[in-house]
Structures are given as structure tokens and as C-alpha cells.
Design a protein around this ligand. Structure first.
Ligand SMILES: Cc1cc2nc3c(=O)[nH]c(=O)nc-3n(C[C@H](O)[C@H](O)[C@H](O)COP(=O)(O)OP(=O)(O)OC[C@H]3O[C@@H](n4cnc5c(N)ncnc54)[C@H](O)[C@@H]3O)c2cc1C
Length: 463
């Protein structure tokens, strides 16, 4: 590993994620053993699959719901993410408004905000201790062009019903003092969570409701009424796909959602003097306005978990296995972390890991259940899945039960989007996008406006 990174003596690379370090990576439970019949078969035990199972059983306790998971519940992004339970939409308001008008996009935004509180309430009700604190989110700009983008995004938000109380500009010296910050915004609509505790707690809650979660059970084929595994076939009226970033591994779905990598590092616990120096007094989440953006949280045990894009995409929509992270990514994240917080330079990196999230061609997420075939899916959250998956779970419940509700009328329901290009175009497009973003971020250090390169990158990939 490069000498520029300060690694702890017990540094761990991968092993799913730091979030499992205190509990240990779970040993998978029993696998499916023979064919069976159910009312609803859910493929994937991350937040999407588990929230869906949870709400279905709450609504109709007699429903026979099974979850089929290839590794263990929480193996995917749900056990690895940055822990932002965020009110930000997965996708742009404009795109949702194209099909459902401005009011449709506003309704979706309101539901996102409400979903944060819904997650918090269920955690309280079910005794899920996921270190949840609703401390809001600070976004910083560190160049004049980032500041211009930040101001523009705050004023544009008003059109979507996001008021001053929901999002406003603040003095960057007021709280969470990031070196070089020239502007900042603040929103109360974000909570810090410990991702693995949330997903494992949810898995426990759904099991207690009578759902069987079969682990070590990969689904090799999904068809109307069928989920096929090497250990038996589940026949069910509804088969729901909740595989997000892993969807490209399923037959016929390689180009549906691009598996995008994201990586995190976490420091050793930092002393009280550090938190006082930087004014990070609460559990605020921290993001920035770079194109190659970062995201961070102060963990419950006083570390900084700091994330960003590593190697963004692997050729042929491959996905990583257990979160091993490239050395250059660890180094780049560490350098950025101490650039943000020079006072953290005396600390070191305790753990690094990565995961995959699903990105549709138009960067807008979808939830869908086809009443004719009984097939359904939700995902494509483009890195905003912690909250959106809860909304997906409640929406899938209504769709499966055939109920028309406020949720089933939201603009992301039944959204169709074209597939990504075949390789090598897909790989070239994504890598060009991130190269252009990196150069644009560099150039913007001395620019007042967004670099034309970043606009080109957005054009190439539809971002
Ligand atoms: C590093 C990282 C940081 C992120 N940070 C944030 C954040 O801070 N805030 C935010 O809102 N979002 C964030 N995201 C995105 C968010 O974590 C995801 O959108 C969300 O967890 C998706 O949940 P899911 O249940 O749909 O998918 P997953 O959690 O990925 O679950 C899918 C499950 O399906 C299983 N599976 C896959 N294929 C099969 C198969 N064939 N058969 C059976 N099982 C299968 C997998 O093993 C996995 O357990 C981040 C993502 C990553 C990777």
C-alpha cells in the first residue's frame, strides 16, 4: 500500500464492510431445501426485499412470503452504504415531472421526506437499534463554481416544494468547518444510520412476522410464477426482484441497471478535541458539490466514514464480491479526507470497502408490479436507496395487494427506461464520464462556472 496512506495496524480491506466489524460478518442461515409454494417470493434480502416483506406481512399476516438471498441478509449495498437516510430523490425532479407534472414530482419529494420518519418509527417500534440520529445534512462547496452550483440548486429546489425550512444556504463557518469551504447548505431531512444494524434488524423483524429468509440461495431464473434456484423452485403468484446493483447478473437483465461501484474508508475513533475543532457537534451527514462527489458520516463511535467513487464500473457489468477496494481508491479517499479535515491527519484508516448500486439509463428509480404476470421489481436508486427502498417496500405492498393508493400514483411507479448500451460502449461511456468529472473538478478550482467538460459527461451518460 502506498506510503501516502496512514493505515491502522489492524487495517481491513473488504470483508463486506466495516459495519460488520463489531458484530462479525454473519454466518448465512439455512438455504432452500426443495421446491415450495408461496404467495410472494422476493429475490434479494437487502432493504428493498426486506421492507417489502415487512409491509406485506403487516398488511396481511396470513400471506406466505419467502425471501431468497444468494449470500446473507445485508450482504449487498444495504450492509455497506454510507448511512445517509436521505430525503434526496433518486433522480431529478424534472424527469419525474415529465410524466406526472410538477405536482407529481412534488408529491414524490414529500413522500421521500416522510419516509425518513417512517424508517425511524419502525426502528423504534421493532426495537432496531441502528444508531439512528436525525441530525440533518450539510453540503459544502469548495470552489467558486461549486458555490454557484450550490446556490443554483437551492433556488431551483423551491420549484419542487422544497422550502427554506427544508433546505437553505448557511455560513460555511457556522458548523462542520471543512477546510476551503466557500459556501454551504443545510437540510434537516437526513438521518445518520449504521447500515448493517438496520438491515440485520429488519431481517430479524421480518422473520418474527413469519417470513422465511433463505440464505445461500441464489436465484438463477425469474419467470412469471417462478423463482428457480439450484436447491429448488419457488412457485408464487408474485415474484419480486430486489437485487439492485446485482441485477445485471440475472439472465436477460445485463443492460438494465448499471452496477456502479462506490467505496468508503473509515478512520480510527477521533478525540473530542477533533470534533470541537471542526465543529461537527452532532450527527450531521456531510456531502460536497464536486462532480466526483464525496459523502461522510460521523459514526456512533466517533470515526469518520468517508466515501466516494473508486473504480466506478467493471467491464461487462461485473460486480465485486466481498468489498475489496483498490489501493489507489483508499489513497485517494484518505487524501481527500485530510484535505477536508487537516486535523484528522494524525488518525489512520481502519477499514476500506466497496459495494455496488444500480443506475438506470435515465438515473431515475423505478418500482413496478405487473398485475398480469405477477412479476415486480424496485431499484435503480443511483446511490439514494436507504430511504427510497422503504418507499419502494410500501409501494410494492400496495401494488401486490392490488390497491390503488397515493403511493401507487407516484411518478416513479411503472417507469420504463431504455437499456444501457452494449459493451464496449457502456464501459467507455461510464469511464469517460468519470474522467471528465475528475478533470472538470480540477479545472473548476479556478473557475466561476461549471466546466463544460462536466456538462459533456452528463450528456454522454444521461446523468
Ligand atoms: C458504498 C455504497 C454507499 C452508499 N451510500 C448510500 C447512502 O449513504 N445513502 C443512500 O441512500 N444510499 C446509499 N447507497 C445505495 C444504497 O445502499 C442502495 O441503493 C440500497 O442499499 C439498495 O438496497 P437493495 O435492497 O435494493 O439492494 P442490496 O442491498 O444490494 O440487496 C440486494 C440483495 O440481493 C442479493 N442478490 C443479488 N442477486 C441475487 C440472486 N440472483 N439471488 C438471490 N439473491 C440475490 C444480494 O446478495 C443482496 O443481498 C450506497 C451504496 C453503496 C454501494
Amino acid at each position: 500500500m502506498n506510503a501516502h496512506v496512514s493505515l491502522s495496524s489492524g487495517f481491513v480491506n473488504g470483508d463486506v464492510s466495516f459495519w460488520y466489524r463489531s458484530s462479525g460478518v454473519p454466518s448465512p442461515g439455512p438455504r432452500l431445501d426443495g421446491d415450495l409454494q408461496a404467495d410472494v417470493a422476493i429475490v434479494g434480502a437487502g432493504y428493498t426485499g426486506l421492507w417489502t416483506a415487512y409491509y406485506l406481512k403487516q398488511a396481511q399476516p396470513s400471506l406466505n412470503v419467502v425471501v431468497l438471498e444468494k449470500d446473507f441478509a445485508g450482504f449487498g449495498a444495504s450492509g455497506r452504504n454510507g448511512g445517509w437516510l436521505t430525503g434526496d430523490l433518486a433522480g431529478s425532479h424534472q424527469r419525474y415531472a415529465r410524466t406526472h407534472g410538477v405536482e407529481g414530482a412534488r408529491r414524490l419529494q414529500r413522500e421521500m421526506y416522510a419516509s425518513i420518519d417512517e424508517v425511524i418509527q419502525v426502528c423504534e417500534k421493532e426495537g432496531i437499534d441502528a444508531d439512528v440520529v436525525k441530525g440533518g445534512v450539510v453540503n459544502v462547496a469548495r470552489t467558486p463554481s461549486q458555490a454557484a452550483r450550490l446556490r443554483a440548486s437551492v433556488s431551483a429546489a423551491r420549484a419542487w416544494g422544497i422550502e427554506e425550512a427544508d433546505l437553505r444556504l448557511v455560513d460555511p463557518a457556522e458548523r462542520l468547518r471543512v477546510a476551503g469551504a466557500v459556501a454551504a447548505s443545510w437540510s434537516p431531512h437526513c438521518a445518520r444510520v449504521q447500515p448493517a444494524k438496520l438491515v440485520r434488524g429488519l431481517a430479524r423483524a421480518v422473520r418474527e412476522l413469519g417470513v422465511t429468509v433463505y440464505e445461500r440461495t441464489p436465484v438463477t431464473e425469474i419467470a412469471p410464477g417462478l423463482a428457480v434456484t439450484p436447491f429448488g423452485t419457488v412457485r408464487a403468484r408474485h415474484v419480486l426482484r430486489a437485487t439492485e446493483g446485482f441485477t445485471s447478473r440475472l439472465k436477460g437483465l445485463r443492460r438494465q441497471w448499471l452496477p456502479m461501484n462506490s467505496s468508503l474508508i473509515v478512520t480510527e475513533p477521533l478525540p473530542a478535541s477533533f470534533w470541537e475543532t471542526v465543529g461537527w457537534a452532532g450527527s450531521e451527514l456531510l456531502g460536497d458539490m464536486a462532480h466526483y462527489y464525496m459523502y461522510a458520516q460521523r459514526t456512533a463511535d466517533d470515526r469518520i466514514a468517508f466515501g466516494g467513487r473508486g473504480r466506478p464500473y467493471l467491464y461487462g457489468s461485473r460486480v465485486d464480491a466481498r468489498g475489496h477496494t483498490h489501493e489507489q481508491t483508499v489513497e485517494a479517499l484518505w487524501r481527500l479526507l485530510i484535505d477536508f479535515f487537516p486535523a484528522a491527519a494524525s488518525s489512520s484508516v481502519a477499514h476500506a470497502w466497496s459495494g455496488v448500486l444500480g443506475v438506470p439509463r435515465d438515473w431515475c428509480s423505478t418500482v413496478h408490479v405487473d398485475p398480469a404476470t405477477g412479476l415486480g421489481w424496485a431499484g435503480g436508486y443511483t446511490g439514494h436507496g436507504v430511504t427510497t427502498a422503504n418507499l419502494a417496500g410500501r409501494t410494492m405492498r400496495d401494488l401486490v395487494l392490488g390497491e390503488r393508493t397515493a403511493l401507487t400514483e407516484l411518478p416513479w411507479v411503472g417507469r420504463r427506461v431504455r437499456a444501457w448500451e452494449p459493451e464496449p460502449l457502456r464501459w467507455l461511456g461510464v469511464h469517460a464520464m468519470y474522467r471528465l468529472y475528475r478533470v472538470a473538478d480540477h479545472r473548476e478550482r479556478s473557475m466561476a462556472d461549471t466546466s463544460v467538460l462536466a456538462r459533456m459527461a452528463d450528456l454522454i451518460t444521461g446523468h
